[in-house]
Design a binder for this molecule. Structure first.
Ligand code: GDP
Ligand code: MG
Length: 193
């Protein structure tokens, strides 16, 4: 969207090949009903996230500026597209980063999140893949079953970042995707050293 128009100093900053045009593939994982598609729609700029258009699967393409640098994200909301094992394995392999979502109102979705983390570790053994654990539906205070501390502790065990969001209120959704971009950049930089 032309946000780099005034940036004429990139010959100094960039070392050549793959700087700005990099597209990061981010995959949403999590049990049915936790709010993956809602988060994806907010990210994609389709504002009425409360509207349930339950299509099978979607991919969203968006650029955002994080720490003065543009990043492009391809967000895949395809985990539940069909029930084939093939697709699930594909999902586990294709991502540059993962968002594992549970609902703070659903303990079993929280337990499922741990399972997914383990599966992911198994599929991508030696790789240090950025993961953010997301406790969604933080607006539903009265029906909360998973505390912030439990979520945080889980993220420590699984060596990933943690954030609580509300897709309905758009709370922390932007912060989530900024966080993903920062994680990807961090791990890339440490690899290139
Ligand atoms: P998915 O199966 O993981 O894709 O979940 P959906 O995005 O389809 O959401 C499942 C249901 O939870 C829908 O009725 C959403 O409107 C609702 N939902 C999603 N996110 C939130 C949230 O942050 N707060 C509340 N209160 N409801 C949400
Ligand atoms: Mg969905």
């Amino acid at each position: 969207r032309g946000s780099c128009a005034s940036d004429s100093s990139d010959s100094v900053i960039s070392t050549g090949s793959e700087t700005d045009s990099q597209v990061y593939k981010v995959v949403l994982l999590g049990e049915h009903g936790v709010g993956k598609s809602s988060l994806a729609r907010v990210f994609g700029g389709l504002e009425d996230a409360g509207h349930d258009c339950d299509e099978a699967g979607n991919t969203y393409d968006r650029s955002l500026v994080v720490d003065d640098e543009e990043a492009s994200i391809l967000l895949y909301d395809i985990w539940e597209q069909d029930n084939s094992q093939w697709l699930k394995e594909q999902c586990m392999r294709m991502g540059d980063a993962y968002i594992i979502v549970y609902s703070v109102t659903d303990k079993s979705s929280f337990e499922k999140a741990s399972e997914l983390r383990i599966q992911l570790r198994r599929a991508r053994q030696s790789e240090n893949i950025p993961i953010i654990l997301v406790g969604n539906k933080s607006d539903l205070v009265r029906s909360r079953e998973v505390s912030v501390d439990e979520g945080r502790a889980c993220a420590v065990v699984f060596d990933c970042k943690f954030i609580e969001t509300s897709a309905s209120l758009h709370h922390n959704v932007h912060a989530l995707f900024e966080g993903i971009v920062r994680q990807i950049r961090l791990r890339k930089d440490s690899k290139e050293e």
